[in-house]
Design a protein around this ligand. Structure first.
Ligand code: ZN
Length: 245
């Protein structure tokens, strides 16, 4: 433990739920962040700050002016640049203990396992159901815990799945693509809400890595920003789930 290490992680080291062992686990952990957007951004910033040693950022998009209202990992001069590359550089700068790698490309059914293997936790911050299904299926095949988040307007949700087929998976929750699925670009979203949900996702990843508390395994945390109310509901495993049954 160097003085730099003790200084940087002092607020973790004094927590009995994290401490030295938890910090070492964070530094050794490898987390895949899919989607360098409104959820992946704040989540990635907090995970890098927490000292998660290896972060892979997967995204095929470039930064647009309309992203900056909520994607606080980017600045105005990043417009037009590849999101995953810019975000990886930002996370590297935030914490020299972090090795962040940006993958420019879209995760799909064919490449999901290849991209995600070797990670300890997967963070799904995408806004596309087919990609979410591909992530879930790869997580189940690889047995990697998955933290998933979604948001729209003033509402958001977070859930976690162990991907061990002994509990629910993402498709127990969303078996098929909802017929009238709406995107944030259609319905709008408050930027600060992306910070709430993305930060909650980072917190769940940190809990899974360090063993602190009770992660949202098999549960869904629902947040209503307009009412400032949250509730947690249990999600049973679906015996007819197209992915895990
Ligand atoms: Zn399932």
């Amino acid at each position: 433990m160097t003085p730099d290490y003790v200084n940087r992680y002092a607020r973790h080291l004094v927590l009995k739920e994290i401490g030295g062992a938890g910090q070492q686990a964070l530094l050794a952990a490898k987390v895949a962040i899919i989607g360098a957007g409104g959820l992946g951004g704040p989540a990635g910033l907090y995970l890098a700050a927490a000292g998660v040693g290896h972060l892979t950022i997967i995204d095929d998009d470039v930064v647009e002016a309309s992203n900056l209202q909520r994607q606080v990992q980017f600045v105005t001069t990043d417009i037009g640049m590849e999101k995953s590359t810019v975000m990886a550089d930002t996370l590297d700068d935030l914490n020299p203990d972090v090795k962040a790698i940006g993958y420019v490309g879209r995760l799909n059914k064919r490449n999901a396992e290849e991209l995600l293997k070797g990670h300890d936790v997967i963070l799904d911050g995408v806004d596309h159901f087919e990609t979410r299904f591909a992530i879930n299926e790869a997580a189940l095949t690889l047995g990697i815990p998955l933290v998933s988040g979604a948001l729209g307007r003033f509402e958001g949700q977070v859930s976690a799945f162990l991907s061990n087929k002994k509990g629910p998976c993402y498709r127990c929750f969303v078996p098929q693509i909802p017929p009238n699925a709406e995107t944030c670009s259609q319905v709008g979203v408050v930027g600060a809400l992306a910070g709430v949900i993305g930060s909650m996702m980072a917190l769940e990843v940190i809990k899974i890595i360090t063993g602190a508390g009770e992660p949202l395994i098999g549960k869904i945390w629902l947040f209503d920003g307009l009412k400032a109310q949250a509730r947690t509901i249990s999600l049973p495993q679906d015996p007819n789930c197209p992915a895990c049954s």
